[in-house]
Design a protein around this ligand. Structure first.
Ligand code: ASP
Length: 340
């Protein structure tokens, strides 16, 4: 039976065209985008293409857009063998991570891709990215999809979405997955890294939850942060989860006022997560004095998770209305391959 694939356009450089007067990349033209990829016709599968009603620069994507996209895919889940999402690169890893937490026991591929240059540009990277993302989404063994997870395909590599991060604004190799190997590598042939792929339970249904609460605040720690700054911030910003993006293996400065401030937040029912600024390596609280203090306060470790996965997982768990202890237990457990 002919395979069916849904191509969903959400926006991003890939579908932008330059404003003739200002030179600024802006309007989105979905028909123009499709017309620039005539190879779609030659793919041996039925490819249906749709656009969200208001395509966006991904800098404008919000949690409600993740919910819209997730619901759209879930509403068509039984009709298609796989999904390819065309998305701006800037927040692609956030959207891919969010969807990886919204779907449980995913039994089909949801592959995100985009491009650094618009599809109409003579040197565009869009064609290879889109066409290979589609081929990966159509890979199957005895009728079952080979990839059953949310991925990000860019410049010859498919990464697990919740392990991916944007690392370059000008190289074609715009994404990396520093803490986890590539799932598929594209050369003359597609090399599937079978042992590392998520294995769903084919006897159970795929579930979807759109529950998200976005009361999550991410704070990058840097030299020069003062007690006054942090106190004012904690008094004025309304968050349920504070993510501290700490140094190296999860450590932070040793100021005496810091544990007092964090303890107050914890007593007020907030969850605090320790996530590293380093793109590779793992948070190991207790190696240094600063992180030992965080550990003894009961601060949650994001282990080797990306910042994108940390933010979106926190929002999804808040959406599930976990109480404080449940939140910590669920956050520190692996959900869809974001940590092991
Ligand atoms: N600003 C664009 C976006 O993320 C960049 C891109 O698509 O590459 O939508």
């Amino acid at each position: 039976m002919e395979q069916k694939l849904l191509l969903v356009y959400t926006g991003g450089t890939i579908g932008m065209v330059k404003d003739k007067d200002t030179g600024v990349l802006m309007p989105f033209d979905f028909d123009h985008l499709l017309a620039q990829i005539p190879q779609l016709e030659s793919i041996e599968a039925q490819i249906d293409a749709i656009s969200v009603p208001q395509p966006k620069d991904s800098a404008d994507m919000e949690p409600k857009d993740w919910q819209f996209l997730g619901k759209l895919i879930y509403s068509k889940f039984m009709q298609y063998d796989g999904f390819v999402v065309l998305h701006g690169t800037d927040t692609m890893s956030y959207t891919a991570s969010a969807l990886s937490f919204m779907f449980t026991n995913l039994k089909k591929p949801i592959i995100f891709t985009g491009s650094q240059l618009p599809v109409g540009d003579i040197r565009t990277d869009a064609l290879e990215n889109v066409l290979t993302a589609i081929q990966i989404a159509l890979l199957n063994e005895n009728g079952a999809p080979s990839v059953n997870e949310v991925g990000v395909y860019f410049d010859s590599q498919l990464f697990r979405g919740n392990r991916s991060t944007k690392i370059s604004s000008d190289r074609f190799k715009a994404f990396a997955s520093p803490n986890f190997p590539a799932l598929v590598t594209s050369g003359v042939s597609l090399k599937v890294n079978e042992p590392v792929l998520l294995k769903p339970n084919f006897n159970k249904a795929t579930k979807f939850s759109e529950a998200i609460v976005d009361k999550v605040f991410l704070l990058k720690i840097h030299p020069g942060i003062t007690q006054q700054m942090l106190e004012q911030l904690c008094e004025t910003v309304d968050f349920d989860v504070l993510i501290l993006e700490t140094y190296g293996s999860g450590t932070i400065f040793n100021a005496d006022w810091l544990p007092i401030l964090l303890e107050k937040l914890l007593k007020n029912g907030k969850n605090i997560i320790n996530c590293s600024q380093c793109i590779s390596g793992v948070v190991k609280q207790g190696i240094y004095e600063g992180s030992e203090r965080l550990k003894s306060l009961g601060i949650i470790s994001a282990k080797g998770m990306t910042t994108e996965a940390t933010v979106t997982k926190a929002m999804c768990l808040l959406g599930q209305k976990k109480d404080k202890n449940e939140f910590k237990m669920h956050f520190e457990a692996n959900f869809s391959g974001e940590m092991y």
